[in-house]
Design a protein around this ligand. Structure first.
Ligand SMILES: [Zn+2]
Length: 443
């Protein structure tokens, strides 16, 4: 007798009610980082696992900050799969919101709240997937691990970075992970494209500092001796610097697949690609090392010329780039020996490592997407921001970035922005698709 496919016995209407209830309540827990204080969120999610009889662990990484970790054993015949997410969110600016950012408001089919897409929505899809796997007795060939961590929005030192450094045994045997970093989109025309992140840019923040000769504001010396003038020149040199287009191996595959599917006519020749990148900063970020001046500091009083002034430059390097070579380029571009250029302390000193997309799990994603969204295209890609996936990939885990739903442009614009939301429809589709991916990958 054939084994019944669990997906057919699931009452999805009930699951959807449950997912909506969990997400709206989860969005009401303020985990703005700083300070994070994510322990309450970890306990909130963990309670659903405990109620299902799943053994959960809470690992304190700092006061009021905890990692939630649960492992449902499979038969051990294949490597484990981690469903990973972060508990913290970036602080909202409530005066620019039309609803309370921590109200869990559902309105016109949309679930509003800080974290709706980044990334409490996916955390709930993952939670529901694990609950369903348990309730419906999915016969797992892999262990299923649920891991919700603090501090992703502040480099992960009290979150995934901490877990990797202090409890490497909890990552043992994990072959794959699914986490944030990509999603379905209709940016390329009618047909949805699911971009699965297999790598990401390297966050390389820099501080540039100019020194000068302090003095009385009422007695101007040579402009060159004023560090604020020098730092302004350096900033201007950097801001007007045109960096070359670099097509990394990941993005070459991305382009080739989109072109083959007839979705990227704008990339068919180098000239057309150049024009498309010119017109879209979002697209250009996938093909250039970027820099952005984000902070400036200098001066103590209106009538004092300070001794120093500095600026912070948010640099993001493409996979395969050298940090030292980049610093040399920045120094050459500034072209002022009195300006010191240095990287922030505490950043990764190793380049992010790519996950392979020639894997069983990637093929499970492709098959599940094909079944759920018949005309969709699945492509590997990169994330232009930083994610916790870098910690996992550095350990040889194939970590994929994917919110498994076709998000609209306004939904995707909600990352770190005002009136962040995910539609009820996309939450529902995401739960179904993620469960199907996991079912295909783990049975
Ligand atoms: Zn995030």
């Amino acid at each position: 007798m054939p084994v019944p496919r669990p997906a057919e016995t699931i009452d999805w209407a009930d699951v959807q009610d449950e997912a909506l209830d969990i997400l709206t309540r989860y969005l009401r827990i303020d985990t703005s980082n700083p300070p994070g204080r994510e322990a309450r969120a970890a306990r909130f999610l963990g309670a659903f696992l405990e109620a299902e009889g799943i053994e959960t662990r809470y690992l304190e990484t700092a006061p009021e900050r905890e990692i939630l970790y649960a492992r449902v054993p499979g038969d051990g015949s294949r490597g484990a799969l981690m469903l990973a997410n972060h508990l913290d969110v970036v602080p909202p600016e409530p005066r620019y919101w039309t609803v309370p950012p921590f109200g869990g408001v559902v309105q016109d089919g949309r679930i509003y709240g800080r974290g709706a897409v980044d990334m409490k929505g996916l955390a709930v899809m993952e939670l529901v997937t694990l609950l369903l796997a348990r309730r419906h007795g999915l016969r797992l060939s892999r262990d299923l691990v649920y891991c919700a961590v603090p501090d992703e929005e502040a480099l992960g030192g009290y979150g995934m970075g901490w877990l990797c450094a202090h409890h490497p045994e909890l990552l043992e045997g994990i072959e794959y992970a699914i986490n944030e970093g990509g999603s379905g989109t209709t940016d390329f025309g009618e047909r949805p494209v699911f971009q699965v992140a297999v790598n990401e840019k390297w966050v390389c923040w820099m501080r540039v500092t100019a020194r000068g000769i302090p003095g009385h504001g009422g007695i101007p010396g040579p402009a060159d001796q004023n560090p604020i003038v020098r730092i302004s020149r350096a900033i201007d040199r950097l801001a007007t610097w045109e960096r070359p287009v670099i097509i990394t191996p990941e993005m070459q595959v991305w382009l080739d697949r989109l072109i083959a599917e007839g979705l990227a006519g704008w990339a068919k020749t180098p000239e057309r690609l150049g024009r498309a990148l010119e017109a879209s900063p979002g697209l250009r970020a996938y093909f250039t090392n970027t820099l952005n001046v984000t902070m400036v500091q200098g001066g103590v009083k209106a009538n004092v010329v300070p001794g120093r002034a500095s600026a912070v430059i948010d640099c993001r390097l493409l996979p395969g780039q050298s940090r030292d070579a980049w610093r040399d380029e920045v120094i050459a571009r500034i072209d002022d020996p009195s300006v010191r250029v240095e990287f922030f302390e505490g950043l990764d000193t190793e380049a992010p490592r790519a996950a392979s997309f020639d894997t069983d799990f990637f093929r499970a994603i492709e098959a599940a997407v094909a079944a759920a969204v018949p005309d969709a295209v699945v492509v590997p890609g990169i994330t232009v921001g930083g994610t916790d996936n870098r910690f996992l990939r550095a350990r040889g885990i194939h970590a994929y970035g994917l919110i498994p739903a076709v998000l609209s442009s306004p939904e995707r614009a909600g990352f770190h922005a005002n009136d962040e939301y995910i539609t009820v429809e996309h939450l529902n589709r995401g739960c179904e698709l993620l469960f199907d991916i996991v079912r295909r990958a783990c049975m």
